[in-house]
Design a protein around this ligand. Sequence first.
Ligand SMILES: Cc1cc2nc3c(=O)[nH]c(=O)nc-3n(C[C@H](O)[C@H](O)[C@H](O)COP(=O)(O)OP(=O)(O)OC[C@H]3O[C@@H](n4cnc5c(N)ncnc54)[C@H](O)[C@@H]3O)c2cc1C
Length: 370
Amino acid sequence: MSNIYDVIIVGAGPSGIGVASLLQQMNSTSYLVLEKEEIGASFLRWPKEMKCITPSFPAQGFGQTDLNAVVPKTSPAYTLDMEHPTGEAYAQYLDVVAKHFSIPIKNGVQVNRINKQASIFSIETSDGLYQSRYVVWAAGQYQYPNLTPFPGANLGLHNSLIAAWRELDGDNFIIIGGYESGMDAAYQLGTLGKKTTVIAKTNTWEVEHSDPSIALSPYTYNRVRHLFDSDLLTIVGNTAVTQIEANGKGYDVHTDDGEVYFTEERPILATGFAGSTTIIENLVARGQYQEVLVNDIDESVATDGLFLAGPELRHDDHIFCYIYKFRQRFAVIAEALGSRLHLDVSILEEYKRENFYLKDLSMCGEMCQC
Ligand SMILES: Cc1cc2nc3c(=O)[nH]c(=O)nc-3n(C[C@H](O)[C@H](O)[C@H](O)COP(=O)(O)OP(=O)(O)OC[C@H]3O[C@@H](n4cnc5c(N)ncnc54)[C@H](O)[C@@H]3O)c2cc1C
């Protein structure tokens, strides 16, 4: 393939679509989004019952953008008529945005490896070799679960692999992990009248912190709190699972306090994600939290020209795992690309006005705890 694109974006989720819509508005004519499935594929894999934790509200007419929007002046609440969009609905919103901006996307193209030589990225895909001067890695986390958090974890069932909670056979489950996914699983199964035992390393529902990347969100806490006093939910808090073992009739779940919990059903792993950047390990360096080390414009410190967009982005204590957080860095990346590729960056003024541009991270200090 002889065409060398200015920019290739990997992934057509909120990050890929968000960055691509900026490049389009900057009149770039040489960029392409490569997507292994289709727009919003991760959201299409969410369990049918799952909804966005962060609320959507059409406040854009008053200069406040919907928390789940990826482009200023758009609103999933307005497009979908939903306050907490399902995965399927949110994928529809992304599709509407992509069509509105006529973003060039190649669906069904999986990126397997990227190398850089003489300032050109060679991108090996299921559709052959692509080349570009810059790469924006926006392949997310959801499709890359951590399946080996402790010995025997492969005997469990990762929550990201569950298509619908109502299709799960069994009446009594052990859920490992007590953050959003784990407590959502407890809520969904409790609603179906099924019993759960949640084994949680950290009691996120008791953590006093203003950042929902650390404490359980009010949305999830309010849904699940009535189960705390019922016989449908047993909490084993501040306890880490150390191993799962098969035992003739089911599974023994061992914890760090020496207890063993038995379950007939496969234990549900709500233990997080390894993340897609494992595919580009050769192009990144990692820090103390295993985060990809980036400079102040989200470019890999190990590889010039490779930018990271999405929930794997982390700057010290700033965790960008929600859309309303990482979307504020799309314009930072676009500004860098615009200046290197001599694009029209005037659209960035609108992004700044609409609170879609957070360059100085000292601005995102912690809220007062009142
Ligand atoms: C249980 C749960 C609930 C959540 N709820 C919320 C919420 O309420 N609000 C919120 O803001 N965030 C929420 N999040 C987080 C949010 O879903 C993610 O941060 C978001 O999906 C990240 O967007 P992304 O575009 O970076 O990645 P993704 O949405 O995962 O998109 C990545 C895209 O890249 C494609 N891709 C992957 N690998 C390749 C490859 N090798 N080659 C080509 N294409 C590839 C995928 O098919 C996919 O379409 C939630 C996450 C979870 C797990």
